[in-house]
Write a protein that binds this ligand. Structure first.
Ligand code: MN
Length: 382
């Protein structure tokens, strides 16, 4: 039941993207890129359209519309994608996308004039009424329930009934009731748009579930996410982000991390100290620093925001200056917040018989739970 409630909550949280663009927080794929053949040319174009609208990238969007037309997407369907994604990405991005679509269509008409089957692609007329009026809430609630596999409710909707009503009556009513696009296509572009932005990761995961209920296979959602995401680029971090360099990709320990981390050795003599930088969402596996005497680890946050968690305890939020002392033998993990880069200095506390034991990854559910708590009130171990 708890999982279902959480799922419903996340599903309904799929609201407009945040306004600011921050390329430094874009995450790379967690999984290897799937083969392109998993997606049809039309699906691939739709994924690219959704991502480009979400990022506000007009050149890429124009190319994606053209690829979509080539794969059989009609102008009305393309318009409908833009219309739907206003609800997930905001009016400014949707209006810019509409202008790009208008240009792409004009160009296509000009280039194909005289060709058989060329010119505009009117497609099917938009049959559904623009708004459903008084029936919107009823129809939208039914659509939302069917899409998600159960009624969507939770404390957030009780707290903000206005948003709940917009979701049900407008997004799942006025928009999803229109028959220009099937629900599979609507969910496909939604997953792509949400995957393109780091701050909408929880909503993206919820919509992967909804997409899988509505005709997009898990292999296809994997392929969409892998296609749309970009490797995070630490070079995009502000120059004054930290006095400690990000360093080189931490390839040697990558097998013990989810996401990418970077290592900058500060000193290897006396007390070995390393600057470790985590991209947003990156964390190391559960692990234990073993020692016969002494040992353990000290972490000092130097930039960004992250978390430290001991097994069975709430996570501790780490911001610059926050220090945690980790005794030998304690099972724990450390890593970035979902929406922020994170850097700490890791000090190896001197001892004898020291060795690290790497355990299971911090899975997405555990990570989401740990990082969603109001953990800043937790006191770091002194
Ligand atoms: Mn550690």
């Amino acid at each position: 039941m708890k999982a279902a409630t959480t799922f419903a909550l996340l599903a309904a949280l799929a609201l407009p993207c945040a306004a600011q663009e921050d390329p430094s927080t874009t995450r790379p794929p967690d999984r290897p890129t799937m083969t392109e053949s998993t997606l049809s040319p039309r699906d691939a174009a739709l994924a690219d359209i959704g991502a480009a609208i979400a990022r506000g990238e007009q050149d890429k969007l124009a190319a994606a519309f053209t690829a979509g037309f080539d794969a059989g997407l009609t102008l009305d369907q393309a318009k409908e994608v833009v219309g739907q994604l206003y609800a997930y990405c905001g009016f400014p991005r949707a209006l810019n996308a509409a202008a790009t679509l208008m240009k792409a269509e004009s160009q296509r008409v000009a280039e194909t004039q005289g060709e058989e089957g060329g010119a505009s692609r009117p497609g099917e007329p938009q049959r559904q009424a623009f708004t459903l009026g008084e029936k919107a809430l009823e129809i939208g609630t039914a659509n939302q329930t069917e899409l998600c596999g159960g009624p969507v409710k939770g404390p957030l909707f009780d707290f903000h009934p206005q948003l709940d009503a917009y979701l049900k009556a407008h997004l799942f009513g006025d928009i999803f009731a229109r028959d220009v696009l099937d629900w599979r296509t609507r969910e496909l572009v939604t997953v792509a748009a949400l995957a393109a932005r780091p701050e909408t990761e929880p909503q993206m995961k919820a919509h992967v579930g909804i997409a899988n209920r509505n005709g997009v296979t898990p292999e296809q959602t994997d392929a969409i996410v892998a296609r749309v995401r970009r490797p995070a680029d630490p070079a995009a971090l502000p120059k004054d982000w930290s006095p400690i360099p990000v360093g080189a990709f931490n390839a040697a320990y990558a097998q013990y991390f989810t996401g990418r981390s970077y290592l900058h050795p500060l000193t290897t003599s006396q007390v070995p100290a390393f600057g470790v930088t985590f991209e947003p969402g990156c964390r190391n596996n559960w692990h234990v620093h073993h020692a016969e005497t002494g040992g353990g680890q000290i972490l000092i946050c130097t930039a960004g925001r992250g978390y430290y968690q001991e097994w069975g305890k709430p996570a501790v939020e780490m911001t610059p200056g926050v220090t945690v002392n980790i005794p030998a033998g304690v099972k724990h993990w450390h890593g970035a917040a979902p929406d922020s880069w994170f850097q700490h200095i890791a000090l190896e506390v001197p001892g004898t018989g020291g060795r690290n034991e790497w355990l299971e990854p911090v899975d997405d559910a555990a990570y989401a739970e740990a990082t969603s708590q109001n953990s800043s009130k937790n006191t770091p171990r002194q």
